[in-house]
Write a protein that binds this ligand. Structure first.
Ligand code: ZOZ
Ligand code: NAI
Length: 313
């Protein structure tokens, strides 16, 4: 443990500047350009890496580029308060480092690091990684941003298990400072060190966690959110009052229902259903009638304009 701490302190010292590049990595491919992938592409490009951002269609990619530009406009307003020209240049330079494509091989053939941020579905992730394993150089490191699936189970689709780890970002990626870096029992020390270095190079605070369900944050956060949903389903309180209570009584920036809307009800449902299947005896993880109903109605939260709350103007 002591030597691990020493290594991390050395890594932290050598990456005190957020613009310092990780020497092992020049080019990064981010697959999935939704809520998370767009943010991951943004912070990676801001740190100076060239980024390929991949999705299934141009509509998703164009939406991602718009989201990134809006986010950069927001953050540079404060960063370059008195230097609007710098802000314009910073946004342009960052955007220029991002290449969007619907062809997964375009970036995979050239990238040193691949970050997968597609739907929370093990079969979809397996299909993607088994393809990537065939087309990527054998030096390329693979990672998943999964919220709830074991990294080792996703890595079953590839032969390079020593070059597979977890990079779990938080939403909204440009704002949330944390990055959980996950090591499976087969991730090599060299791969893990490179992932920690990458995290620090993009300005995140990294925490280390074994490949246990939910890692650190979600293992604690998800049961709390499930409890809130059950409380509402029992009729103990309205979802608005539960949100108000947790914000004003516990100091959380968002209440649980605002957060579910923010994360996306489809992703929440994937997590609930997956953990219910994985832990059938655990009463914490049960399907929610309300969430199932909202997803069936297409009310996926902020991203669709409506979830528990209505965001349409
Ligand atoms: C049941 C199953 C569920 C399982 C879920 C699992 C999901 C996962 O795997 C892991 C997760 O990500 S969990 C979610 C973690 N995220 C949170 O908890 C966010 C909670 N909310 C917040 O922190 C603030 O409301 C927040 C920061 C969002 C907004 O803050 P405010 O309410 O104060 O609003 P603003 O005043 O508008 O923003 C504050 C500062 O942040 C800047 N900002 C916000 N969004 C941005 C964005 N997208 N890009 C760039 N900048 C952004 C905003 O400009 C402002 O900056 P300052 O002016 O400098 O203060
Ligand atoms: N929403 C959240 O707050 C968080 C989500 N995560 C995880 O990140 C991953 C992505 O979640 P979100 O960004 O919220 O989802 P999202 O639904 O916003 O975006 C997913 C994107 O992946 C694309 N996609 C699906 N299959 C693909 C494929 N085979 N190839 C290329 N693109 C594909 C979709 O078109 C969509 O644009 C999930 O594993 C989720 O559990 C992790 C942390 C927080």
């Amino acid at each position: 443990m002591a030597s691990k701490l020493v290594i991390n302190n050395i890594i932290k010292r050598s990456f005190s500047s957020t613009s310092a590049l990780n020497r092992q990595i020049n080019s990064v491919t981010v697959i999935g350009s939704g809520l998370m992938g767009s943010g991951i592409a943004q912070v990676t490009a801001e740190a100076g890496y060239s980024v390929y951002l991949v999705d299934q269609n141009d509509t998703a990619l164009n939406k991602a580029l718009k989201t990134i530009e809006t986010s950069l406009t927001r953050s540079t307003k404060k960063k370059f308060n008195k230097e609007p020209d710098h802000a314009v240049r910073y946004i342009k330079d960052t955007m220029d480092r991002i290449v969007t494509t619907t062809k997964v091989d375009a970036g995979a053939e050239k990238s040193d690091l691949i970050i997968e941020a597609i739907v929370e579905n093990i079969q979809a992730k397996h299909d993607l990684f088994s393809k990537l394993d065939k087309i990527s150089p054998n030096t390329t490191i693979f990672t998943s941003n999964t919220s709830s699936l074991p990294i080792a189970e996703i890595a079953e689709a590839v032969s390079r298990k020593d070059k597979f780890g977890g990079l779990h970002f938080f939403n909204p990626v440009p704002v949330m400072k944390l990055l959980e870096v996950i090591k499976t029992h087969e991730t090599s020390d060299a791969t893990y060190r490179t992932l920690l270095e990458y995290g620090l190079s993009i300005g995140k605070t990294t925490v280390e966690c074994k490949d246990t369900p939910g890692f650190i944050v979600n293992r604690l956060l998800v049961p709390y959110m499930f409890e809130a949903v059950k409380m509402y389903e029992r009729g103990d309180a309205s979802f608005q009052d539960i949100d108000t209570a947790m914000k004003l009584g516990a100091g959380y920036p968002m209440g649980p229902f605002e957060l579910i809307d923010y994360v996306g009800l489809d992703t929440t449902k994937f997590i609930v259903d997956g953990w219910k299947k994985r832990f059938p005896e655990d009463p914490t993880f049960q399907s929610s009638v309300v969430i199932d109903q909202l997803v069936a109605e297409g009310r996926l939260g902020r991203k669709s304009g409506e979830g528990f709350y209505n965001y349409k103007k």
